[in-house]
Design a protein around this ligand. Sequence first.
Ligand code: GTP
Ligand code: MG
Length: 197
Amino acid sequence: MIIKSADFICSNTQVSKLPLPLKPEYAFIGRSNVGKSSLINMLTQKKGLAKTSQTPGKTQLINHFLVNEDWYIVDLPGYGYARISKSKKEDWDKFIRNYLDKRESLQCVMVLIDSRLEPQKIDLAFCNWLGEKGLPFILIFTKADKQGSLKTDQNVAKFRKALMTTFEEAPQHFVTSSETQAGRDEVLAFIANINQS
Ligand code: GTP
Ligand code: MG
C-alpha cells in the first residue's frame, strides 16, 4: 500500500466522542514503551505524527490518525506501566477495554510485543482477554534491530507456544523494526487486504 496522507484527527478520553465508526480502524496496543507510536510513524513515514518518548506512559489518550482519507490508525496508551497509581491503572483498563469491546469499526487489534523479551505474563493475559471477547488480533514483534534474528525468532516461537495453551491456532504475526523499517510492507499489505475485503 502506498501512503499518500496520514493526518492526526483527534485525541479522546471518552468512547462517546470518537469519530463516527464509518471507516475501518486498526488499534495499536501493547506494554508501555514497546514502540507503538514509533511503529505508527514508521508505517506512515511521518516522523512526529504519533508522539514517542523514552519515558513510558507517553501516550495517554485514544488518538485517531486518518490514513489515505480511508482508514484509521489508533494509537493507545500502553499497559503495564509500573509507575502509575492503582486507580489510574483501573481507569486505563476500563477505558481501553470498553473501546476495544464496543468499537464497531475496529477491524483488528495489533498487539505489539517486544521481540527482545521472553513471553511476558501481561501480554499473554491481554491476548487471552482478546480471545475471550472474540476480538480479532495479530502480533507485531517490535525492536527487531536490537538483537540478532536468531534471538528474535526464539522469542517469537516462545510467545506463540505460550499462546497455544489457550488458542487452537496461533494468530498471524509480523516482525518489525521502526529503525530499519523491517516489516513495513508486510503490515501495510495485511491492512490493505482487510480494507479491500
Ligand atoms: P507509550 O506511549 O509510553 O506506551 O510508548 P510507546 O509504546 O508508544 O513507545 P514509543 O514509540 O514512544 O517508543 C519508546 C522508545 O523505544 C523510544 O525511545 C523509541 O525510540 C524506542 N523504539 C521504538 N521502536 C523502536 C525500534 O524498532 N527500534 C529501536 N531501536 N528503538 C525503538
Ligand atoms: Mg505511545
